[in-house]
Write a protein that binds this ligand. Structure first.
Ligand code: NAD
Ligand code: UDP
Length: 312
């Protein structure tokens, strides 16, 4: 039975990953400081093969058993979280990634860094290929997230090149699905909770900025395929279907049947104008393709919100 350590395992993506790894027959150690994650996300994972470690990755990590994989997802991913705790974000990306890499080196485990499309910043190349170096404002409010991830990528490649650690880097594009916090602050949970409460949907700017939204099951499948491959250079994982934020708001209104209006609010500083993954490498190296398009993904996410409301 392979053993996987999942940092950030009580968060949105991490909890789905823990579940997928348990289903594959892995033993899973979920490490999280619960800053933006919650025990509720992992309460269904009670299993002899699952354990939870309450720990901050910015502090050294001690694991007293062999590990085959280290999936390093711990980070504050939502703009409202990383702007609320900028120093925590920088420490998690730097010290935290250093400690996670240290564990992978010590255990001779395959390491996967959850990086982000934000390393491309406000991109001047569209769609974004992995060879694009990006357009990031290092001193803007988003810099604490973007630069932490860029540093984490540099550190990961240095551990691979200098220390021979078996590393991989996934650049994740906007992903959504069940278990996102309704108050997470990102566009899809905001719009869904606003639509269900029949409150106005807050579209920032004129809503012409674009994003490409990947359903969580597709994303997790890609992460596991990458971890199980021998690839060391970054791979984009995301759904290339590109929507303006206004189109997204309209899709949420259609999916929920809500009578909510659109309320335009100020565009956040340095908000990227466009974002769309080029997934040629994921297709070629991993044979990976997203399968769930936006309407179906929204329908599934809504279904899970309704089930949660019935359980509460
Ligand atoms: P999330 O906020 O739901 O999960 C992050 C988890 O990390 C939380 O459980 C949080 O408590 C934990 N965490 C944060 N700092 C920590 C620390 N110092 N020590 C231990 N645990 C810590 O976010 P998510 O959407 O699940 O994102 C997971 C990863 O994927 C992140 O690395 C994020 O940058 C990356 N990512 C996500 C997306 C997306 O669209 N969801 C896009 C790009 C990249
Ligand atoms: N956004 C919006 N209304 C919201 C939340 C977000 O218009 O209530 C916009 C945000 O300005 C950005 C896009 O939706 O242009 C995606 O934002 P999100 O925070 O989900 O992800 P990121 O900006 O990190 O891609």
């Amino acid at each position: 039975m392979p053993t996987s350590l999942v940092t950030g395992g009580a968060g949105f993506l991490g909890s789905h990953l823990c579940e997928a790894l348990l289903t594959k027959g892995h033993r899973v150690i979920c490490l999280d400081n619960l800053e933006s994650g919650s025990l509720a996300n992992i309460e269904d994972l009670r299993d002899d093969a699952f354990s939870f470690l309450h720990h901050d990755v910015s502090e050294p990590i001690a694991i007293d058993e062999p590990l085959d994989f280290v999936y390093h997802l711990a980070a504050l991913a939502s703009p409202i979280d990383y702007m609320r705790l900028p120093l925590h974000s920088l420490k998690t990306g730097s010290y935290g990634t250093h400690h996670a890499l240290g564990v992978a080196k010590w255990k001779r485990a395959r390491f996967l860094l959850a990086s982000t499309s934000e390393v491309y910043g406000d991109p001047e190349v569209h769609p974004q290929l992995e060879t694009y170096w990006g357009n990031v404002n290092p001193i803007g409010p988003r810099g604490v997230y973007d630069e932490a991830k860029r540093y984490a990528e540099a550190l990961t490649m240095a551990y691979h090149r200098q220390q021979g650690v078996d590393t991989s880097i996934v650049r994740i594009f906007n992903t959504y699905g069940p278990k996102m916090r309704p108050n997470d602050g990102r566009a899809i949970p905001n719009f869904l909770s606003q639509a269900l409460a029949e409150k106005p949907l807050t579209v920032y700017g004129d809503g012409s900025q674009t994003r490409s939204f990947c359903y969580v099951d597709d994303l997790i499948r890609g992460l596991v395929l990458l971890a199980e491959s021998g690839e060391h250079l970054p791979v984009n994982i995301g759904n290339p279907g590109e929507y303006t934020i206004l189109q997204l708001a309209e899709a949420v209104l259609a999916a929920t049947g809500s009578p909510s209006q659109i309320l335009y609010e100020a565009l956040p500083v340095d908000d990227p104008q466009v974002r769309q993954p080029d997934i040629t490498r994921a297709r070629q190296i991993l044979g990976w393709e997203p399968e769930i398009e936006l309407d179906e993904g929204l329908r599934r996410t809504l279904g899970s919100l309704e089930r949660d409301a019935t359980r509460a």
